[in-house]
Design a binder for this molecule. Structure first.
Ligand code: GLA
Length: 753
């Protein structure tokens, strides 16, 4: 079993083939002892308990002054008792203080993994897939009981933690901080990797050595944010994509998060992950409970890539739900960059007709289909079809799309409202707005108060009506502004500290109801691109729009960074027009597709303007993706060459099938260089002893200039150690070669398979 409990030594060892996580109860306090690569189980690990007395520290009691919580590593660190670091739990007690003494009371073991009330979470399909340990801690004076939940999966290097806090006293208490989990590493010899950025520049990889004090990522904008993805990794300085230790922490949450690493003066590193305490204050009446979101901790000694693959398979198969979970995704065309708001039914059908003739499977009608929406200044909130644009309504348009042999998809942005709509006029109290304060716009829109169940009911009713009114196979659920004026007009003053988190819970409730009502619909989340690309959303929408930036060169960095935590199958990626609409850069159609293949794949351009030659190219791209999408979206991804390292001029990644029979490799070179000599790309993840037939897509069949020079199948070990030959023979001849923004895609197939 993955969890061994040694009652005599009160030691808990959570493990599987990959990792071990050990803690033990000492003097009533559960103390972290080890988290890392798997070690054999032993009846005790007492030598790991740090009992050294250090001067000038606060003891836990007069009789036990030798024990200071500052020097041990509590599993659930709490406020006010001598541990001077930021705690996982901080409570204002009925007496008005913040002093706690949470001690161990017992534990329970069970097979499988329980669901989390009101929150998205990883799950199992069979109880044998995981084991769960719940340890109970309590403080009878403060009236606080905590159940800390640990699930360890068998066969995955992943462990999941969350907490439930109960007011077990007689008077109201207030949670000021209730983190999902605390992970203590004995030393600080790590570098932190975070995903930073901004709108159109999501998930830039930043790696820096840990330093004393607090570092980390957070959001205070009501959604996880373009700026700071709810993920961080700790890696050894020598860790690369393919080797070395990597710990990844991913919060399954879409609201304000905080993931911090606190390096203390004794060089231990405390990772805390959970709801951002800065915007959280949660009163709990006697008997009430608070459930935190969960945090996933992945461990790998196979590099950053190993950590990513652990998260990818977990998120793809045991976080995402519904029939689309295991299915390759439809190839779509979206009209946003083709028409923006300027369309009518005929124009849409024209674009769709061309796309259908090229093999595209799904047409997505983006923003602008509803009343009051001819630009981004109005219309959000009522969700009535604009019959001037769409005389046949959504049903009529969907029928025409279906007649072309395509499914029909639709854009919505339910959480928002514009002035001038009926809902705005009739329900000003449904808008987040603090009394007497100005109302602050963003993209001319305001935020509906999803902490109010009445608003959630209203939106559910609208969505049910819209999605039920036509044959809708796909929904793009957008959210185009950060929250400000966070004050719920339906909530009493003393409960306003709940509103940020209650908004997230209302959103989850809405998503849950809508996805259950329309179980076959494929949902894609969106937030002005990747502003809410997080594990919480993936539980409802198995894919997300990665960025509003569709430039192929920029997308290399965005998709590379996003893939640190999230699987290829989750990354919305489209081929758009050239020059690109965000950067005005011109790139070859081939390069745009070669980048977009590594995601859900689709087009976002005016197909009617494609030349005959381009149409043939698109037809071939669609056929390529149909043939290979199961491998690309459901295979194992290996990142090979980072656009964030060196001069950033190159990028390469590959996917390999589970049986290692097939692989697809993509190499991108941003600017052409001259007279560079032989070049090779070392591959990964292959069977070293197998022989692979290697083909370059779109290259002449015979070996020679501009194509591969191989005259025989290559062994996996040659490909991984010597490397795939990338020599561009044209580059030394002052010919135009293949120019800037080059991409090359190679398919590998086990010879004889
Ligand atoms: C956001 C999305 C875009 C598009 C527009 C429509 O910016 O990210 O893809 O849907 O809204 O207004």
């Amino acid at each position: 079993m993955p969890i061994d409990v040694h009652e005599g030594s009160q030691t808990f060892h959570l493990h599987n083939d990959v990792l071990s996580y050990v803690f033990a109860v000492r003097e009533g306090y559960p103390l972290s002892l080890y988290f890392g690569a798997r070690v054999p189980d032993e009846p005790e690990f007492d030598y790991l308990v740090d009992e050294e007395y250090r001067p000038s520290s606060v003891g836990v009691s007069p009789e036990r002054e030798y024990l200071s919580l500052e020097h041990v590593r509590c599993e659930v660190p709490f406020s006010g008792a001598g541990d001077m670091r930021l705690p996982a739990l901080e409570v204002v007690t009925a007496a008005g203080g913040r002093v706690l003494d949470l001690t161990y009371r017992g534990h329970e073991l069970s097979c499988g993994k329980p669901a989390l009330r009101g929150l998205p979470a990883t799950y199992v399909e069979d109880p044998s897939e995981a084991q769960t340990l719940v340890i109970t801690l309590a403080d009878d004076v403060a009236g606080v009981t905590v159940r800390a939940l640990y699930t360890v999966f068998s066969g995955r290097g992943a462990l999941v933690r969350s907490m439930e806090v109960e007011n077990s006293g007689q008077a109201t208490i207030t949670l000021e901080r209730a983190m999902s989990g605390c992970f203590s590493l004995e030393e600080d010899g790590f570098e932190m990797i975070q995903l930073t950025g901004s709108w159109a520049r999501e998930c830039s990889v930043a790696r820096s050595a840990l330093h004393p004090g607090i570092q980390g990522v957070y959001s205070a904008r009501g959604h996880s944010g373009h700026q700071s993805n709810p993920f961080l990794a700790l890696v050894r300085p020598e860790t690369t994509e393919l080797s070395g230790e990597a710990y990844g922490f991913s919060l399954v949450y879409s609201g304000n998060h905080a993931l911090t690493v606190d390096v203390d003066p004794y060089h231990s590193a405390r990772v805390l992950a959970g709801v951002n305490p800065a915007t959280f204050s949660w009163p709990l009446a006697p008997g009430e409970k608070f459930q935190t979101p969960e945090v996933v901790a992945a461990y790998s000694d196979e590099g950053i890539g190993g950590m990513s693959r652990t998260l990818h398979t977990l998120f793809r198969s045991r976080l995402a739900r519904g029939p689309w979970r295991d299915r390759p995704r439809p190839i779509l065309i979206n009209n946003w960059e083709a028409t923006y708001f300027d369309f009518d039914e005929e124009r849409i059908v024209e674009v769709a007709r061309v796309a259908a003739s090229l093999g595209v499977e799904l047409f997505v009608l983006d923003d602008g289909w509803f009343t009051g929406r001819d630009d981004d200044r109005g219309g959000l909130g009522d969700w009535e079809v604009n019959e001037a644009k769409l005389p046949g309504g959504l049903a009529g348009l969907a029928r025409r799309i279906n007649e072309l042999g395509m499914d029909f998809g639709l854009w919505v942005e339910p959480e928002m409202v514009n002035p001038g709509t009926r809902v705005w006029e009739e329900h000003p109290e449904w808008v987040l707005h603090a009394p007497g304060q100005p109302l602050r716009p963003c993209r001319h829109q305001y935020v509906l108060d999803l902490s109010n169940p009445e608003v959630v009911d209203y939106l559910y009713g609208r969505l049910e009506r819209v999605l039920g009114s036509a044959d809708v196979a796909y929904v793009k659920w957008d959210m185009n502004r950060s929250l400000a004026d966070v004050y719920s007009q339906s909530t009493p003053p003393e409960l306003q500290g709940r509103v940020w988190h209650a908004y997230a819970l209302g959103l989850y409730d809405l998503y849950d109801r809508v996805t259950r009502r329309f179980p076959d619909v494929l949902f894609e989340s969106c937030c002005g691109g990747g502003g809410r690309f997080d594990a919480g959303m993936l539980a409802f929408a198995p894919q997300a729009w990665t960025s509003d930036n569709t430039d192929a060169v920029e997308r290399l960095r965005i998709q590379w960074g996003t893939s640190l935590a999230y699987p290829v199958s989750s990354m919305g990626s489209h081929v758009s027009a050239s020059p690109n609409h965000q950067l005005f850069r011109e790139t070859p159609l081939k390069t745009r597709a070669d980048v977009a293949y590594f995601g859900t794949f689709g087009y976002e351009l005016d197909a009617t303007r494609l030349t005959q030659g381009e149409r043939e190219q698109v037809r071939a791209q669609v056929a390529f993706m149909k043939e290979h999408r199961a491998l690309i979206q459901l295979g194992d991804q290996y990142r090979l060459r980072s656009p964030f390292e060196g001069d950033g001029n190159e990028c390469a990644w590959m996917v390999v099938s589970a049986e290692k029979d097939e692989a697809i490799v993509a190499y991108y070179r941003i600017l052409q260089q001259i007279n560079v000599g032989r070049r090779a790309l070392r591959l990964a993840g292959l069977d070293p002893d197998a022989r692979y037939e290697v083909r370059e897509e779109g290259a002449p069949a015979a070996p020679g200039v501009m194509g591969l020079r191989y005259r025989r199948p290559l062994t996996g070990s040659e490909l991984m150690r010597v490397g795939l030959d990338l020599t561009d023979e044209s580059a030394g001849k002052l010919s135009s070669g293949r120019g800037d923004f080059l991409s090359r895609v190679f398919t590998l197939r086990r010879a004889g398979a």
